[in-house]
Design a protein around this ligand. Structure first.
Ligand code: ZN
Ligand code: ZN
Length: 271
């Protein structure tokens, strides 16, 4: 949660901006971080065409959308992508959270041009293009389902799985070995690491991974850089620093060269 104890890592919920080499903008998820990103995009003014991808409909991944200022501007075009059947599903998620009595402005009243016609396939040899970025969805192991994304450009690969409980087996959740293949040799993986092994004694089945499970998976897949993500709302900056140290010890003990850090709000990573 935002506040003095999370000033360093930040307390907003999931929202990630990806900028291609040519400057095309894709946004994955519309958590509360989207509010600040919208203000930055307006201030920069460099692109007025934005492609959204969604991982799933849990609140922490949607609630920033009503506060995304470019959506209130006629000169912006927003295209929405997700897993299969995006055009009907994404529109209903966004419109539902803005209906009375939850919000005073309805989705239909927003001024931006909104396109809901992209069904992002998650078949291995197909992808959704955002300029030069190739974006591939894959199912994750999470309650009520959901997707992660792999983004490729020019031989580099970034994989993002913000909510994924490795090895649990939720309905339609892939096996751990499938994630090892999906993340194989990724230049960057940003992955759910919400719980300590101790937390997990009571949180098993809630949809999120432990630090140890995430680090072990990344090492096995030969990932180069691992960003720990989906920080527990009760974890302070100091707590998180301790967990990063725990992960780095585990990596050294395994004699791996994996570079591991906790993702912080506003962080910029170049591939
Ligand atoms: Zn979730
Ligand atoms: Zn989440």
């Amino acid at each position: 949660m935002p506040g003095v104890s999370t000033n360093f890592y930040g307390g907003n919920t999931t929202c990630l901006e990806i900028i291609s080499a040519k400057g095309e903008v894709a946004i994955i998820d519309a958590g509360s971080g989207l509010n600040n990103l919208g203000k930055d995009l307006l201030a920069e003014g460099t692109t007025k065409s934005i492609r959204f991808f969604f991982t799933h409909a849990h609140w922490d991944h949607l609630l920033g959308f009503p506060f995304f200022r470019p959506a209130y501007r006629k000169d912006y075009t927003l295209t929405f992508c997700s897993g299969p059947h995006a055009q009907s599903v994404i529109r209903s998620y966004l419109s539902h959270q803005m209906q009375a009595p939850y919000f005073p402005v309805e989705l239909e009243a927003l001024s931006a041009r909104m396109i809901f016609d992209c069904d992002n396939p998650h078949h291995e040899d197909r992808f959704c293009a955002c300029g030069d970025l190739q974006v591939k969805a894959f199912p994750v192991d999470h309650p009520n389902g959901g997707f992660g994304y792999r983004v490729m450009e020019d031989g580099r690969m970034f994989a993002f799985a913000p909510d994924n409980e490795i090895g649990y087996g939720h309905p339609d959740g892939p096996e751990r070995s499938e994630f090892v293949n999906l993340f194989k040799d990724a230049d960057l993986l940003i992955h759910d690491a919400q719980y300590t092994d101790d937390d997990y004694k009571t949180t098993r089945g809630w949809g999120h991974s432990t630090f140890s499970a995430t680090v072990d998976l990344a090492m096995e897949a030969g990932v180069r850089r691992l960003g720990l993500f989906h920080h527990d709302p009760d974890r302070s900056d100091a707590d998180l620093d301790k967990q990063v140290a725990f992960c780095r010890d585990r990596i050294s003990a395994a004699r791996s060269g994996l570079d591991c850090f906790a993702v912080r709000e506003g962080m910029e990573l170049e591939l």
